[in-house]
Design a protein around this ligand. Structure first.
Ligand SMILES: Cc1cc2nc3c(=O)[nH]c(=O)nc-3n(C[C@H](O)[C@H](O)[C@H](O)COP(=O)(O)O)c2cc1C
Length: 327
């Protein structure tokens, strides 16, 4: 798959996730092998209004490249302005969110709401492509509901509008994040349209990655929640694709070491208090499957500074790491 200057063979991408794929988490996933990382979705109205907090969501480091800035909105002028502002930061691509199912977004004619008005989606796509100096991709769902799946039509529209790649979360808006994904539309898109297609939805293991590539003929896969519970998935899946062998799961020591590094990055880029508080949502994922996880999580939640968290994690490791056996 080629998107502007990005060239990938069976790429494995980190999905954009609000409040999750901030700079520290993107760096973690990048270092563990994610081929493209995306910012959280950025509200175009907020950007053109000059909201500092919204603008900050677009900031990224050179180390993250290739990186995409995702924008959303239903207003043409705002989306045009947002595309200009995102372009100024020179990301590797700008992605248009046409998949957000949340009522506040979808019912206001943005996100997945655009699936109910394809001419509007097309105009948004053309507007953003016209205003951007970098390639533009689009992320959407199969359709609004099971009776209105028009993803092949959307793919044709994207190609005609100059979209460089299409990501499909293989659910409808009605399904939210639940219910079965349906990958069977992907081969139909690939047959109908010459456009890179990225498959998303319920890909959580290296076997899932291989199965989705084999079953759909897609160009890349995108992982969201699977990376939150296991950021090693990128490295593990690449190894499995290349060798057919499974890497072992991350050990308790590796999980704790990565959590400490995540804390360090959070504090470095957000300041101590915000960094510590915003890391809280990651404890469950990083510590998943470890002994006494809910108690440790509760204990970690009470801290607002980094030092006691680091101490606590070190003590936790001493308690639960296997002790050397006497000879
Ligand atoms: C907490 C959370 C936040 C999300 N925020 C975004 C977002 O900002 N932009 C977007 O395109 N999708 C967003 N999504 C959807 C994911 O990108 C992805 O499409 C969805 O989770 C399905 O993939 P998965 O099964 O690999 O998680 C979000 C999902 C979650 C769970």
């Amino acid at each position: 798959m080629t998107i502007g200057g990005i060239s990938l063979e069976r790429g494995i991408l980190l999905a954009p996730m609000e409040d999750v794929t901030d700079l520290p988490f993107r760096l973690i996933c990048k270092r563990l092998g994610a081929d493209i990382v995306y910012t959280e979705f950025v509200n175009s109205d907020g950007l053109v209004r000059g909201s500092r907090k919204t603008k900050q969501k677009m900031l990224f480091l050179e180390e993250e490249r290739p990186v995409g800035i995702q924008i959303y909105g239903g207003d043409f002028a705002s989306m045009e302005g947002a595309a200009h502002m995102a372009s100024e930061l020179n990301p590797d691509l700008i992605d248009i969110n046409c998949g957000c199912w949340v009522r506040d977004v979808a019912m206001r004619g943005a996100g997945a709401g655009l699936l109910r008005d394809l001419p509007r989606m097309e105009k948004i796509a053309r507007t953003v492509v016209g205003a951007s100096t970098v390639p533009v991709t689009l992320k959407t769902r199969l359709g609004w509901d099971a009776s209105s799946i028009r993803i092949v039509e959307v793919a044709r529209m994207c190609r005609d509008a100059g979209i460089a790649a299409l990501t499909v979360h293989c659910r409808t808006r009605d399904q939210g994040h639940k219910g079965a994904v349906d990958y069977s539309w992907i081969p139909r898109i690939k047959e109908a349209v010459d456009l890179p297609v990225i498959v998303n939805g319920d890909i959580v293991t290296p076997d899932n990655v291989q199965e989705v590539f084999a079953a759909t003929g897609c160009d890349a896969v995108m992982i969201g929640r699977g990376a939150v519970i296991n950021p090693w998935i990128f490295r593990q899946a690449k190894h499995f694709l290349a060798t057919g062998e499974h890497l072992p799961d991350a050990t308790v020591e590796e999980r704790v070491a990565l959590l400490k590094e995540h804390l360090r990055l959070s504090v470095e880029y957000k300041g101590e208090r915000a960094g510590v508080i915003e890391l809280r949502k990651h404890y469950a994922g990083f510590l998943r499957g470890m002994p006494h996880v809910s108690r440790i999580r509760m204990e970690l939640m009470q801290f607002t500074e980094a030092a006691p968290i680091l101490e606590h994690l070190t003590r936790f490791l001493e308690l639960y790491s296997p002790r050397p056996q006497p000879a």
